[in-house]
Design a protein around this ligand. Structure first.
Ligand SMILES: Nc1ncnc2c1ncn2[C@@H]1O[C@H](COP(=O)(O)OP(=O)(O)OP(=O)(O)O)[C@@H](O)[C@H]1O
Length: 316
């Protein structure tokens, strides 16, 4: 469990993190979202004791990081994939970390296996691709078998297979009852991976809620509909006051009447329907709409998506 209470960090007159309070709970993957410069990396550094808060506090498993008796066993982190020494092999890098943290050598083999690096363990880190470096960073984070994992952009540089692998790994670690806290700019991936979201803007908390709630509360339900006579369908729908737009996947995206009403309307006019799918906006659509409302980021610090919604003129 990670608990931040009124956490604040100022650099001169720049407030990077502003009275942030949240709890990252075990047993689920929590995504950390915010536009560039929102304060995500600063928050992660504060959690990991790499920077001291100006005021407020943050604890991991009930203790500030500096007071953890065996930090690497309590919390594993990936902040910078280039943290390893270029001349060393992956194995030596991990073995060095294990030795200085009194972690048994056999754990090195386990994490190499877990991250798919066994075959390249003898190679120098300097020859690693970005994706392999990312895997090595994750191997190091897992070395102490920690209860808490903090990963900043873990899918950065990974190919599709690597991204899918990270997703599976994060979910299985959470299912084991661990606390998994990760940031990513890849919204589609975040939507598939995280169960819960903490969203910040300008250092302040904007939302702390489940993925489902965040999307459902901030988006408007709509229907995707496809017909072999698209223009006729559009005219009928618009005559009923529906908002009809072309969907990126083809077909119409219809706001207003629900799927049943659209189906009935088409039937009444002898129109064939080839697809009728109730849908919500994606995380990316919801998040982009919230982020673009920069005035809101400046002036509101809200605790729930309901508040986000009520302060927005329109949902997506
Ligand atoms: N050491 C520092 N000295 C001065 N300002 C800093 C320092 N570290 C961060 N900041 C400022 O604090 C704010 C938050 O930065 P931070 O890197 O935490 O944001 P972020 O959400 O991680 O952004 P990104 O998604 O781009 O990584 C930014 O305005 C940044 O310029």
């Amino acid at each position: 469990m990670i608990e931040a209470r009124e956490l604040t960090k100022r650099y001169g007159d720049k407030t990077a993190v502003d009275q942030l309070s949240f709890t990252v709970r075990p047993g689920r993957v929590t995504g950390f979202l915010g536009p560039n410069g929102a304060g995500k990396s600063t928050t992660m550094r504060l959690i990991l004791g790499l920077d001291a808060p100006t005021s407020g506090s943050v604890t991991v498993g009930g203790k500030p990081y500096a007071e953890l008796p065996a930090p690497l066993r309590a919390v594993g982190s990936l902040l910078d994939a280039k943290g390893a020494h270029g001349g060393r092999s992956a194995y030596r890098h991990l073995a060095g970390l294990a030795a200085s943290n009194r972690i048994p050598r056999r754990r090195v083999d386990e994490v190499l296996d877990l991250t798919g690096l066994t075959e390249v363990a003898g190679r120098r880190f300097s020859g690693f691709s970005l994706g392999m470096g990312q895997r090595l960073g994750i191997a190091a984070a897992l070395l102490g078998d920690p209860e808490v994992l903090i990963l900043d952009e873990p899918v950065n540089g990974l190919d599709t297979e690597g991204i899918r692998w990270i997703r599976g790994l994060m979910k299985s670690l959470a299912a084991q009852g661990r606390t998994v806290f990760l940031s990513s700019h890849l919204m589609s991936e975040m939507e598939l991976t995280a169960d819960h979201l903490i969203v910040i803007g300008r250092g302040r908390l904007l939302a702390d809620t489940t993925m489902r709630d965040f999307i459902e509360t901030n988006s408007r339900a709509h229907t995707l509909v496809r017909s072999p006579e698209p223009e006729k369908l559009r005219s009928l729908l618009e005559a009923k006051g529906a908002d009809v737009r072309l969907d990126a996947r083809g077909g119409w995206r219809v706001d207003g009447p629900d799927a049943a009403a659209i189906g009935d309307l088409a039937r009444d006019h002898g129109l064939a329907i080839h697809e009728l799918t109730p849908a919500h906006s994606s995380l990316e659509e919801v998040y982009t709409a919230l982020s673009q409302d920069s005035a809101e980021y400046r002036t509101h610090a809200v605790q729930s998506p309901h508040a986000v919604r009520s302060s927005r003129k329109e949902t997506v």
